[in-house]
Design a protein around this ligand. Structure first.
Ligand code: DGD
Ligand code: CLA
Ligand code: PID
Ligand code: PID
Ligand code: PID
Ligand code: PID
Ligand code: PID
Ligand code: PID
Length: 312
């Protein structure tokens, strides 16, 4: 297709730049400017809306392309192969073309709003500047091909199951865990801190398992989960906490996407995360909330998971 061909040209223009970026640099975990959690949440909300509008099949293929690209990483900078670099660009270009232009621009504008204007120049200063400019020129040509292949109307909303066992169980889980949710400091700057003692390649392994799980999920249910998060973001209070009803809808939606993949795929995520999350992290989280609320939430989760497993 045209986007695939254009991605090869983009690769010619951008792979030198890709090789020069230190993908293992911890700076990429930081907010791109001052820490503004509520504004950042707005930007993420725009990404969620764009994700929910995208073609689920093309999202899956993009996830697969990333999984494959992780498998061909080499060298100290963590760069993927030339062929996989091109495949990721092509897959993302197709995702972008599957949503109306305005949804893409809304993400750009919202991210711009939390990005310090000095950030792009700083990024450029870490690589060969001429190669960055060549890559950007390639991106400008690529985006014209994407725009020429772009849909103009958004896809239909997801179908949300009703009266299913997971929906019923989500009510009980939400009642048991909402007090805990209210105890958590959602606006804290602790969450974007690096995991103690873990390198980027180690962390990427666990993220790879999530990418694999995402790719196996039912596309309609994943879209429904994105829509539930978007709605929940719309009802947050000043501390960042969503309403009980929207919280329940998020739990139900997430239970359903978990049930749509094999148990082992879920356990692969859990086990790979358990390897990189030191018990000190969990204990620190626990120390900041009411222990009774946390254990009620945990009990609720362990009951919920049996219902999920039964329909999995
Ligand atoms: C950049 C963009 C990269 C900066 C990286 C910031 C992104 C951080 C994302 C953090 C979000 C949080 C997500 C994670 C959450 C974690 C949860 C726990 O360097 C601009 C200005 C605005 C920059 C900010 C907006 C970037 C938006 C990027 C997309 C958002 C996506 C995604 C997020 C991430 C998550 C993914 C899953 O646009 O951009 C560089 C540009 O900066 C440079 O400016 C451009 C002008 O816009 C353009 O008009 C033009 O002037 C150009 O061109 C210069 O510069 C000139 C000529 O016109 C060209 O023809 C050519 O010759 C060129 O020069 C060659 O040099
Ligand atoms: Mg990504 C984007 C890393 C998994 C879906 N992703 C980005 C970039 C960053 C990144 C490179 C955001 C920061 C930025 O804009 O830099 N993703 C990244 C990693 C992983 C991952 C490390 C780990 C596996 N992503 C992942 C998965 C999905 C996505 C699983 C779902 C399938 N990701 C996704 C989308 C988008 C990203 C939809 C974006 O739109 C965003 C992005 O790239 O926006 C431009 C700048 C970007 C780069 C350095 C990448 C190359 C960009 C072009 C080809 C050349 C460079 C031009 C110029 C020099 C700089 C960019 C200017 C900009 C205005 C265009
Ligand atoms: C400028 C000036 C003009 C020239 C110009 C110009 C540049 C405009 C630009 C630009 C626009 C632009 C847009 C970009 C958009 C990036 C969008 C990224 C979206 C990320 C998402 C992440 C996610 C997911 C995901 C799916 C999940 C939801 C999420 C489900 C259902 C200024 C050059 C024209 C870069 C969507 C993918 C996993 C949230 O206009 O003179 O330069 O860049 O998890 O959804 O699972
Ligand atoms: C524009 C203007 C509108 C019209 C429009 C428009 C276009 C927007 C577009 C577009 C946005 C867009 C985004 C693309 C992003 C590509 C990002 C590629 C990332 C590749 C990576 C590869 C890799 C790896 C990996 C992980 C490793 C690092 C690597 C570590 C830690 C402008 C059409 C709406 C194409 C990250 C995955 C293995 C490098 O908005 O008018 O057209 O395209 O090895 O991580 O090692
Ligand atoms: C400039 C002027 C214009 C011309 C121009 C220009 C240059 C702009 C540039 C540039 C922008 C730019 C951006 C780059 C972005 C790279 C993003 C990389 C993201 C990598 C990640 C990696 C990771 C992980 C991971 C998970 C870990 C955290 C991490 C935990 C819990 C100035 C040329 C346009 C290079 C996200 C995945 C392992 C961080 O604009 O005229 O030159 O470069 O380790 O999670 O640990
Ligand atoms: C233990 C001991 C026994 C008792 C027991 C026990 C506990 C086991 C547990 C547990 C398992 C477990 C699993 C959990 C799994 C969580 C998985 C999260 C996945 C996240 C994903 C994120 C993503 C996306 C997304 C889609 C994108 C890709 C991504 C596309 C196509 C120890 C109690 C049985 C909690 C998938 C969603 C946006 C990456 O066994 O005696 O306690 O918890 O962006 O994909 O867009
Ligand atoms: C298990 C054992 C196997 C069998 C199995 C199994 C089950 C795994 C499961 C499962 C995992 C799972 C995960 C669930 C997670 C629910 C998470 C809910 C999150 C809700 C949030 C709501 C909100 C917001 C929001 C953003 C705001 C904060 C809030 C800010 C900054 C165990 C079956 C495989 C259900 C976060 C979105 C508005 C609070 O593996 O043997 O069954 O379920 O307002 O952000 O303000
Ligand atoms: C213990 C012992 C057992 C019993 C038990 C127990 C307790 C465990 C616990 C607990 C675990 C736990 C975990 C918690 C996790 C909270 C995670 C919150 C994440 C929030 C985020 C917010 C954000 C943003 C956002 C984007 C911004 C960055 C942020 C940018 C660029 C010990 C009870 C089981 C509470 C990610 C979204 C706005 C950070 O196990 O016997 O009690 O709690 O602002 O992006 O700025």
């Amino acid at each position: 297709d045209q986007i695939g061909d254009a991605a090869k040209k983009l690769g010619d223009a951008s792979y030198d730049f890709a090789k020069e970026v230190d993908w293992n640099n911890g700076v990429f975990l930081q907010a791109p400017g001052s820490f503004q959690p509520l504004k950042a949440l707005k930007a993420i909300d725009k990404m969620i809306e764009m994700g929910a509008a995208a073609d689920p099949e093309l999202l899956k293929k993009a996830a697969d392309a990333h999984h494959k690209a992780i498998g061909s990483i080499s060298g100290p900078n963590g760069v993927t192969s030339r062929a996989d670099w091109d495949a990721v660009n092509a897959a993302l270009g197709r995702v972008v073309a599957s949503v109306p232009k305005q949804k893409v621009m809304d993400v750009y504008d919202a991210v711009k709003d939390i990005t310090d204007p000095k950030v792009p120049a700083y990024m450029k200063s870490l690589v060969n500047g001429a190669d960055a400019e060549k890559a950007y020129q390639g991106f400008l040509e690529f985006k014209d091909v994407v725009a020429a292949n772009q849909v103009t109307t958004a896809s239909a909303a997801a179908t949300v199951p009703t009266g299913d066992k997971i929906g019923t169980a989500a009510k009980a889980l939400s009642d048991a865990s909402y007090p805990f949710i209210k105890d958590i400091d959602w606006l804290s700057d602790i969450y974007p801190k690096p995991l103690p003692g873990k390198t980027a390649p180690e962390t990427l392994k666990a993220i790879d398992k999530m990418i694999v799980m995402g790719s196996k999920m039912d596309g309609n249910l994943l879209k429904a989960a994105a829509e539930a998060h978007h709605k929940a973001i719309g009802s947050i209070d000043a501390t960042g906490v969503t309403s009980p009803e929207d919280y329940e809808a998020v739990n139900a939606a997430l239970g359903r996407i978990v049930a749509s993949v094999p148990k082992q795929t879920v356990m692969d995520v859990y086990n790979s995360m358990a390897k990189i999350v030191d018990p000190s992290v969990t204990n620190n989280m626990f120390s900041k909330v009411s222990p009774l609320d946390a254990s009620s939430a945990a009990k609720g989760f362990y009951t919920f998971k049996d219902v999920v497993e039964a329909v999995q």
